[in-house]
Design a protein around this ligand. Structure first.
Ligand code: GRG
Length: 291
């Protein structure tokens, strides 16, 4: 991660995340699968987005750590389930064998289920937030991860396999499948703090822009990245004959779209001055990342 803010926040969050995940009580092998799939080198992008928008919104740090842990739990669950043979059937994730390869399918399904549930348990127990804010966060995360968000997007994506889809359909899949959770991560930080409607609306549009930018970059990296950089085999989209930004728009226009979305996101936050720097750094990071 490039800036001093990134390094500090990443390390502090990693320690807080480790502590919260280690509190999960479960039968030994299930617990091992949960720890294996969470404490394993993710970029913690969603957590950092929560911390950055929370900082802009004046939220308390320990509250943000719990909210950020909760979103990383949902994200980790989605990756475990996405890697299963019934879905993407991937052997590697974050540079290591996927959960079902290291353990077994039933354990991987249950580890994912446990992480999704634990996320809401964490949100419901935050001592520093009012009942109303906790409910708002639970609603935010459940809509983003459920049928109108990530699960719905994953379903449409699976249904679209072996079909030619339009750019608009691809965008809908990505906004739901990956964009919704990224947006929830950003808005959660704002809910934890105190923002006016104008700030909330700007963060919401910023989130739409970088959520899509993240996915376009992911499509680009699947073509340009190496196994070492990505922690999994590149070229999987082409191998599965998947529609991507590259296959529908071409590489040059995809890069142009990525750059345009990043610039829009950054311009939106200009009026916040220094307070918005972490969010601006994260937008730049999404644009330039190599994994
Ligand atoms: C199974 C309900 C269900 C949903 C799965 C998110 C998702 C939906 C599937 C992931 C498929 C995938 C690999 C999409 C590409 C974008 C993406 C989410 C990449 C992984 O996120 P990163 O790069 O991962 O933030 P790390 O490992 O850094 O946390």
């Amino acid at each position: 991660m490039p800036t001093a803010w990134f390094n500090d926040q990443f390390h502090d969050f990693e320690a807080a995340f480790n502590a919260q995940i280690s509190q999960i009580k479960a039968p030994l092998r299930l617990r091992e699968a949960i720890l294996y799939s969470t404490l394993n080198g993710g970029k913690r992008l969603r957590a950092l987005l929560t911390l950055a928008s929370g900082e802009l919104s004046g939220a308390d740090k320990s509250t943000l750590y719990t909210i950020a842990t909760a979103i990383e739990c949902i994200h980790a669950y989605s990756l475990i389930h996405d890697d299963l043979p019934a879905m993407d059937d991937d052997d590697f994730r974050r540079g290591k064998p996927t959960c079902h390869k290291a353990f077994d399918e039933a354990t991987a399904i249950l580890a994912g289920d446990a992480l999704l549930t634990y996320s809401f348990e964490l949100l419901s127990q935050i001592p520093t937030l009012s009942a109303e804010k906790k409910l708002q966060l639970i609603q935010l995360y459940s809509t983003a991860s459920g049928t109108t968000g990530m699960v719905g997007g994953q379903f449409i994506d699976l249904e679209s396999e072996d079909k030619t889809i339009t750019l608009q359909e691809l965008e809908t899949i990505h906004r739901k499948k990956t964009g919704a959770l990224i947006k929830a991560a950003i808005l959660a930080g704002a809910i934890a703090g105190n923002t006016d409607q104008d700030t909330y609306d700007k963060l919401s549009i910023y989130a739409d822009n970088i959520g899509l930018a993240f996915q376009i970059k992911d499509d680009i990296l699947d073509v340009t990245g190496t196994k070492e950089e990505l922690g999994k085999m590149p070229g999987s989209d082409l191998l599965q004959d998947k529609s991507t930004y590259i296959s529908l728009l071409g590489m040059d226009s995809s890069v142009e779209k990525l750059n345009g979305l990043t610039t829009n996101a950054i311009e939106l936050l200009a009026s916040f001055g220094k307070k918005a720097e972490p969010l601006i750094d994260l937008a730049n990071y999404i644009q330039k990342r190599n994994h």
